[in-house]
Design a protein around this ligand. Structure first.
Ligand SMILES: C[S@@+](CC[C@H](N)C(=O)[O-])C[C@H]1O[C@@H](n2cnc3c(N)ncnc32)[C@H](O)[C@@H]1O
Length: 195
């Protein structure tokens, strides 16, 4: 939608490093990222939803009993998401991704999330912040839970996922501007859960 693109572009003009792209993810990329989320997942977090292209596809994929916690630091994007995606399963939290474990627990998921989906521009972040966010996602997941995100280059997120999760998988989606790597990892089933 043109208005989504303009709102996103305005977000980029205000906070270029945090928004990290001039256009929202395509529906193809959103499908590729969310395909890693089990359709029966009940507790899912999305980090950096922006104008919501991945959020929309995620909500289409999930069942009525699911909850999506969307953590976004831009107040304008949060207000727009609440207005434009009035879905009872979606809880938009104006908060940084680093706070995910605490927020997931407070939202009623102390034993962990089934999946964490990321729209964050990891390559733009300093390495300590990248690690902090990946560790927060890992800590918030249940054993066996899934992390999925994307990036325009394979140097920022994959090495960190290998270090924190033990391994990661890479795919590629051409039908996006620019084309993007689709990056996913699974928390080992033998790992301890949150808390
Ligand atoms: C590249 S945009 C992606 C937006 C959307 N997911 C998409 O695919 O089009 C990154 C988003 O992450 C948000 N963001 C950046 N740093 C964040 C953080 N530490 N915690 C939560 N959101 C953050 C930005 O405000 C922006 O909305």
């Amino acid at each position: 939608m043109l208005t989504d693109k303009l709102r996103f572009l305005w977000g980029f003009v205000r906070h270029p490093r945090e928004v990290g792209s001039i256009t929202p993810s395509s529906r193809f990329l959103a499908r590729a990222v969310t395909s890693h989320v089990p359709s029966g997942a009940r507790a899912v977090a999305e980090l950096g939803p922006g104008t919501g292209p991945i959020t929309r596809v995620l909500l289409e994929r999930l069942e009525p009993a699911a909850t999506v916690l969307a953590l976004e630091i831009d107040a304008g994007f949060c207000a727009d998401l609440r207005r434009l995606l009035p879905d009872a399963r979606l809880k938009v939290l104006e908060a940084p991704a680093q706070r995910l474990p605490q927020l997931a627990s407070e939202a009623g998921f102390p034993t962990g999330l089934d999946a964490v989906v990321s729209g964050l521009p990891f390559a733009n972040f300093p390495p300590p912040l990248r690690r902090e966010i990946v560790q927060a996602a890992y800590d918030a997941l249940k054993p066996g839970g899934v992390f999925a995100g994307y990036g325009y280059a394979p140097f920022a997120l994959p090495p960190l996922l290998r270090s924190v999760f033990g391994s990661c998988r890479l795919g590629y989606e051409w039908r996006n501007v620019p084309p993007a790597f689709v990056i996913s990892a699974r928390k080992p089933a033998s790992a301890p859960g949150p808390g």
